[in-house]
Design a protein around this ligand. Structure first.
Ligand SMILES: [Zn+2]
Length: 507
């Protein structure tokens, strides 16, 4: 039996509501899950919140709340927002869930039993923002390069995972499996980091008397887990580790999606932890860049948030979703600009797709009472559709939504061009051209149907409405069957639908 397609987002820090970065990762995961599900594969889609650690205690205290009260409220807010924008995850996991405690303790006990953990005294530069000690060479002018703050000097005894003992192994994995981290630039970045000697072993604990908000270290309850130590394990918890018999099978199909800011934890901490526990590596880590505004990363600390609900209210969520999936070249930083969004939506959705849909269904209504005519001949559209279907599949399996959508829009363009060149309005004037008109209209409508089926994982709502207007049922049957040319039967009654993506007027 084939591995299920198991896709994860990072567990988001719920110290602020979702913004464009977390929305983007989650929308991508949702799109890939829908594509694999439509292709008939078993799928599992995991997202959630990372709720332990010092930063969460501080955020809760700032609002006068206990940590648990604070994270309960924030986790509910995340679920509500994902619900409102139609994200179909299988599980929303919280690191405070009971089965996650169990998974974390089991994993670390296993690593400890294999002799991979040591107790050491340590004095170092501790960055509160990073929630870890930084080593000397990571500092830039005495400051944490990520937070631009001076770390505190702290001293304590802690448990350390002998991570550096696995670096040679990890280097060989990365060299021998180029698909392990994509795009390739991030694999190279990790390789140079590993070879630089800048990394050491990983402190995995915090004394409980200082920080009680964490999962107890199973062999020494006077310590709790350091935040990454526990959060990364969620991907195993979500597969059912360690108690569900099917966990290994689910795990074998796992793909992680992350933003590049958490590359090190996912590309170095996580694989070495898995290796130390004797668990196979993930299938692949897919790393995307930042959404910038005027070349500055959009983040909560900068306060220039792009709120997904405001985007939904202003433009409709699928217009925003389309922009996210089409605009960002996966792996590269991308500028977010509302003017660009408006342009994209007007050009691709209102003009190209909207006109195709509107005029093809209108003309069918005018010339054939909205009923798909029987026809003999064939158009050049079939060939384009079959090529594009293959291209979309290839790009989706390589986790490249922008390329898949660009390919799909070649088909939209080909259909519009075919209408222009065949000019059904001319054919309709000549009774001798009735058969030709039937062929042109039936082929165009068939092409619209294939476009709608291919659009399903990207814009599920719009796709369903197009498919319904063609007298069909959305999501019925396997993707391969539904993409077969000629499935739209003669005699099908179509009906006009309201404009899917109205033109956005710039005020
Ligand atoms: Zn820091």
């Amino acid at each position: 039996m084939a591995s299920p397609f198991y896709v994860t987002t990072p567990l988001y820090y719920p110290n602020a509501a979702p913004h464009i970065g977390s929305t983007y990762t989650t929308v991508c995961a949702d799109t890939f899950m829908r594509y694999h599900r439509a292709a008939g594969e078993e799928t599992l889609f995991l997202t959630g919140t990372d709720e332990y650690g010092e930063k969460m205690v501080e955020s809760a205290a700032a609002e006068g709340l206990e940590p648990k009260q604070f994270v309960d409220r924030m986790a509910a807010r995340f679920q509500e927002i994902w619900g409102e924008i139609g994200i179909q995850y299988d599980r929303f996991i919280r690191t405070t869930d009971a089965d996650h405690d169990r998974a974390v303790q089991h994993l670390w006990q296993t690593i400890y039993d294999r002799g991979e953990v040591e107790f050491r005294d340590y004095t170092g530069h501790y960055c509160v923002g990073c929630e870890r000690y930084l080593i000397e060479r990571e500092l830039e002018q005495g400051k944490c390069p990520q937070h631009q703050t001076e770390p505190e000097i702290r001293s304590e005894s802690n448990y350390f995972f002998r991570m550096s003992a696995h670096f040679e192994w990890l280097i060989s994995q990365l060299e021998n499996n180029p698909q392990l981290i994509t795009p390739d630039r991030y694999r190279n970045e990790v390789l140079s980091l590993l070879r630089s000697g800048a990394l050491d072993d990983l402190c995995i604990s915090r004394p409980r008397d200082r920080l009680a908000w964490g999962i107890p270290i199973p062999w020494d309850e006077s310590y709790v887990t350091y935040v990454w130590t526990d959060a990364l394990v969620n991907y195993l918890t979500g597969a059912g580790y360690p108690d569900e018999p099917a966990w290994e099978e689910r795990w074998s199909g796992v793909h992680h999606l992350i933003g590049k800011d958490i590359l090190k934890a996912h590309a170095i901490f996580w694989p070495t932890m898995l290796h130390a526990a004797g668990i196979p590596l993930y299938q692949a880590l897919h790393v995307h860049g930042y959404w910038n505004m005027d070349n500055v990363k959009i983040s909560k600390s900068l306060g220039n948030l792009v709120d997904p609900l405001i985007m939904k209210e202003k433009y409709g969520f699928e217009a925003f979703r389309y922009y996210l999936l089409r605009e960002m070249s996966f792996g590269l930083d991308t500028d977010f600009a509302e003017a660009g969004l408006v342009q994209r939506v007007n050009a691709d959705l209102a003009n190209d797709l909207g006109n195709l849909l509107n005029r093809s269904v209108s003309m069918l209504g005018r010339y054939f009472d909205g009923v798909v005519p029987a026809h003999e001949g064939e158009s050049p559209l079939r060939e384009v559709a079959e090529r594009v279907t293959g291209d979309v599949d290839r790009h989706m399996r390589a986790f490249r939504t922008q390329r898949a959508l660009a390919a799909l829009w070649e088909l939209v363009g080909a259909a519009n061009k075919y209408i222009d060149s065949e000019a059904p309005w001319q054919l309709a004037k000549d009774p001798d051209q009735r058969e030709r008109l039937a062929t042109v209209m039936a082929e165009v409508l068939e092409c619209v149907r294939v476009i709608a089926v291919l659009l399903e994982s990207f814009l599920p709502h719009a796709s369903a409405r197009i498919i319904e207007s063609l007298g069909d049922t959305p999501n019925a049957g396997s993707l391969a069957e539904r993409l077969r040319w000629g499935e739209l039967a003669a005699g099908t009654q179509t009906r006009k639908i309201e404009v899917l993506f109205p033109r956005i007027e710039v005020t």
